[in-house]
Design a protein. Structure first.
Length: 278
């Protein structure tokens, strides 16, 4: 296993709950923007109409703490959709994450199967799920395993797939690369990018459409503990303090540029990738 993946798994744990909560002080808006960027209610209703009265089967890949279905309920009014209860399966290499996601599910999402594994190692019957999605979920997939992961993703889709992932222009990727340069002697596995995912899908001949959104994760300049926890989560390394990050020759100038008008502002560019199974 690669270093980035191993550290990400270590941080999805009860021991890192405080760091996780600080991270979501800034990062919860990631899912708000996803929920508001598309007419999910109509999209889900269309899928329901295509299959009749039975429940839709959805797989959430690298489900984390369940922020995406929660955002769909809160911001996309998915609970008002004219659909049957959704059979919602959770996949994540972390048992902690699966438990966290299960706890927050609200109607129309109903927890069904749970898979404690990576996407690369996941196996299911062909077209086992009407929809599979992965939101901010594939960063720690090593570049040489990305094609295999996407093959498993597509294999399980009966109708549609959706991937939300940051681009090379996003804070998540930029800051992680600076961290590797400044603290890991330029070694380590970089995060996968939306561009790499899109290129891999094109190489595989998979039909897809892309929508780009941009926004900022922001918080008051004085909220230092939240910013520290957020940045530590961005790099899956809680051994490095905010002061050390700001004093580092690689990460320091970047972070200085993220402070504007009394606010920390971290620019994000995210690609919404819709896959259609023909």
């Amino acid at each position: 296993m690669k270093d980035t993946f191993l550290r990400s798994c270590e941080h999805w744990s009860e021991a890192s709950r405080n760091e996780m909560e600080n991270f979501y002080t800034l990062a919860s808006v990631d899912y708000k923007y996803l929920a508001e960027a598309f007419d999910w209610k109509k999209w889900i209703e269309t899928h329901q109409a295509n299959i009749g009265q039975r429940s839709l089967k959805i797989l959430d890949v690298a489900c984390g703490s369940g922020k995406f279905p929660l955002a769909l309920v809160e911001y996309a009014k998915i609970a008002d959709a004219k659909i049957s209860p959704i059979e919602y399966a959770l996949l994540d290499p972390s048992a902690f994450s699966i438990a966290e996601a299960r706890k927050v599910l609200q109607p129309p999402f109903q927890a069904s199967y749970e898979f404690e594994t990576t996407l690369q190692a996941f196996s299911c019957e062909r077209e086992a799920f009407d929809i599979i999605w992965a939101t901010h979920a594939l960063y720690a997939v090593p570049k040489d395993e990305l094609k295999e992961a996407l093959e498993h993703f597509i294999f399980g889709i009966a109708k549609s797939g959706f991937i939300a992932h940051a681009s090379h222009e996003s804070h998540y990727l930029n800051f992680y690369q600076l961290y590797l340069n400044g603290f890991k002697n330029r070694s380590g596995e970089p995060y996968s990018s939306a561009e790499q995912i899109i290129q891999t899908l094109e190489d595989m001949g998979v039909s897809h459409k892309v929508k780009k959104i941009t926004y900022e994760n922001s918080v008051s300049e004085n909220q230092l503990s939240q910013v520290e926890g957020y940045l530590q989560r961005c790099i899956f390394d809680d051994t490095i303090s905010l002061d050390e990050m700001r004093n580092n020759s690689m990460t320091g100038p970047y972070l200085d540029g993220c402070i504007k008008n009394g606010q920390w502002c971290f620019k994000q560019q995210v690609m919404l990738i819709f896959l259609l199974k023909c």
